[in-house]
Write a protein that binds this ligand. Structure first.
Ligand code: NAD
Length: 247
């Protein structure tokens, strides 16, 4: 089997290093590792697929070049502004893109289970959903991309929007509004990533938790996605599409 040639942006970062360390096991070759200061356009013509785990400001310029060269893309970078997200989504009319705030199999199962739980519990509407996440002290954005996706699932399920989100609480905030969805970001130490979706009812509480202990799980997922996306039609795909996890 021939190895897929990957252009990896953010190659010197934590995720970049993790991807490089296991690429060969996944029949992939990091042919073009690029980082801050490099010009990815030089190598774009010769790669099979582009993987981005860099900084939020770097994704859109990279995606524009990938679209120009009709190269499929896997985006793992998080924290993009809404307008930037929309511009990147527009580019998926030209190229296939797997975009996931979290590439681990376990977290994508958590997304699936949250959808299912939400569907059942929203029918009673007596359960208060809260999302809690914790990451290492060096993480720059909050809430995490994964927490954002969990909040989206909860919003969609309840027909709510961003005005119903409450990021942290302080002072005399009053009673919890019925339609509120709470979101809490904890930071410290070397925590790779932990997410809990809590549905708090009267007399009972359900908690769905995922704990990542090694970022190799994200690297493996991104490499799996990069092989999957190569022959796909232009469009926006999720890791749940890659794993065949659809509700
Ligand atoms: P990091 O800070 O260790 O690495 C980021 C790298 O990007 C650095 O080497 C930096 O020099 C480089 N960089 C900065 N600007 C660049 C540019 N313009 N072009 C190319 N490279 C540039 O961060 P990390 O922990 O490796 O995480 C990277 C991103 O991936 C973050 O947004 C993080 O939240 C996200 N992440 C996503 C997942 C997932 O599963 N989707 C998992 C972990 C981390």
């Amino acid at each position: 089997m021939s190895f897929k040639k990957i252009l990896l942006s953010g190659a010197r970062g934590r995720m970049g290093q993790a991807i490089k360390s296991i690429a060969e096991d996944h029949q992939c070759e990091i042919s073009y590792p690029v980082d801050l200061g490099d010009n990815p356009q030089e190598f774009m013509g010769d790669c099979d697929v582009v993987i981005d785990f860099s900084l939020r400001d770097a994704t859109l310029p990279l995606a524009k070049v990938a679209a120009e060269y009709h190269k499929p893309m896997v985006i793992g970078t998080t924290g993009h502004e809404k307008q930037v997200r929309e511009e990147i989504v527009t580019l998926t009319q030209k190229i296939p893109v797997v975009w996931a705030g979290n590439f681990s199999t376990g977290v994508n199962l958590l997304f699936y289970l949250t959808e299912q739980a939400s569907r059942v519990l929203d029918a009673t509407s007596d359960f208060d959903p809260e999302v809690i996440e914790m990451h290492h002290r060096l993480k720059k954005d909050a809430p995490s991309g994964t927490a954002d996706r969990l909040l989206e699932i909860l919003k969609e399920s309840r027909g709510l929007d961003d005005t119903n989100l409450c990021h942290g609480r302080e002072g005399m905030v009053g009673e919890r509004p019925r339609k509120e969805i709470g979101s809490h970001a904890l930071r410290g130490g070397d925590v790779v990533g932990e997410h809990t979706v809590m549905f708090a009812g009267i007399g009972e509480r359900i908690e769905l938790t995922h704990r990542a202990t090694d970022r190799i799980i994200f690297a493996a997922g991104a490499l799996r996605a990069s092989k999957w996306v190569i022959d796909k039609a232009p469009g926006l795909y999720s890791m749940q599409d890659v794993l065949g996890l659809t509700s």
